[in-house]
Design a binder for this molecule. Sequence first.
Ligand SMILES: [Zn+2]
Length: 138
Amino acid sequence: MTNILNWPDYKVIQVPELEHDHQVHAEVSKPPTHCPHCNHSEIVGFGRRDEVVMDTPAHGKRAGIMLNRRRYRCQSCRRTFLEPVPHKDDKRQMTNRLIQYIERESLRRVDRKEPPRLERQVIKRNQRPRRCPIQQQT
Ligand SMILES: [Zn+2]
């Protein structure tokens, strides 16, 4: 079964109707089964935190996954850890498909030395919503 994100490993909680943004409130559907530090299987919930993971823009609106991420504590080594987030870049608060999208779009722009005027205008117009607030690189 899939959802608005097309990912069964996310559980979509709510999709609010917003004028300027696409927001999907979600959580990871499958909890982790063992501690990433010591591999022990006895882990208990240790709170949650809200994170924003930027996703590919849809219908000209920037899109973000409002993720309610769980924290766990290992009963063996007592260390805490956040649940892994599928489809997310390791370093950035972005989905892998957003990174691929940005790479593809920037390649497309470099490829074309002299875009026709109309296309150039369209590209210019699209640049604003495509930029996302968390993105650090250009
Ligand atoms: Zn542990």
